[in-house]
Design a protein around this ligand. Structure first.
Ligand code: SAM
Length: 244
């Protein structure tokens, strides 16, 4: 069926490509891709050859009208280099214009680093704010953090290894001390999720910026810190003094 197909792709482990995603990619008339080398690797993995058209931050404005026109008679798939298109990746304007033109829009959901990190960190998931990448400039970053400091939800950020420690320190400064999970290389060989307070993690990574891709997950404000044996002992001593 002609239209736009939003196809999520793996964030590391190629086996995470869904059966439906592979099916749609193998039947698409054309695939709009961020980087044709990356998508070519994925297509090779599933033994598929389809025409690709570059669609990324730097050419999207120019490419969009042509892609929208093709959707009238062709199945156009949109993928990004990894994960779910539109999530800190190009695509929302393509969806907007496809809808405005009356085309069919279908999503093929799958891996997303933000959601995967939430499942690893052990922090509340009932309410979360996905904040994407923070600005890299110090002042703009502090402003962006101040803006969300009062939000009563778990916070999720994308970050690079190089900037991790500075970002964690800025978060500790702007949000106050909170529990945090740093999820790295999700679905890859060296997947890990390190948890601790913001400032302890800032210190841990200060001298050794980790390699690979990272998601930072931060507890909501006022969430109780995990109870320690000391807390339990103090509570017990207090309770005993009140016994008749
Ligand atoms: N659209 C993608 C998604 O659905 O997750 C995100 C694209 S964004 C340009 C890339 C960022 O996602 C990376 O800088 C990193 O913060 C995060 N990311 C992607 N893959 C990851 C992985 N395997 N482990 C940890 N973080 C990852």
């Amino acid at each position: 069926v002609p239209g736009l197909y939003i196809v999520a792709t793996p964030i590391g482990n190629l086996a995470d490509l869904t059966i439906r995603a592979a099916d749609i990619l193998s039947r698409a008339d054309v695939i709009a891709v961020e980087d044709s080398r990356v998508t070519a690797g994925l297509l090779r993995h599933i033994g598929v050859k389809r025409p690709m058209i570059p669609y990324h931050d730097h050419n999207a404005e120019g490419m969009r009208p042509g892609l929208i026109a093709r959707m009238a008679s062709e199945a156009v798939a949109l993928v990004s280099d990894a994960g779910t298109p539109l999530i800190s990746d190009p695509g929302y304007k393509l969806v907007r214009d496809a809808r405005a033109a009356g085309h069919v829009v279908v999503t093929i959901p799958g891996p997303c680093a933000a959601i995967a990190a939430l499942t690893l960190a052990g922090l509340p998931t009932d309410r979360f704010l996905f904040a994407g990448f923070l600005p890299s400039k110090v002042h703009a970053r502090a402003e962006a953090i101040a803006e969300i400091a009062g939000v009563r939800a778990t916070l999720v950020f994308y970050e690079s290894g190089q900037r991790l420690s500075a970002t964690l320190a800025a978060l500790a400064e702007g949000l106050g001390e909170r529990e945090c999970g740093v999820a790295r290389e999700i679905t890859k060989r060296f997947e890990e999720c390190v948890t601790g307070t913001l400032s302890a993690l800032a210190e841990r990574y200060a001298d050794a910026p980790p390699k690979g891709e990272i998601v930072i997950v931060v507890a909501p404000p006022g969430a109780p810190a995990p109870a320690t044996q000391d807390d339990a002992d103090t509570a017990l001593r207090e309770a005993l003094t009140r016994l008749p």
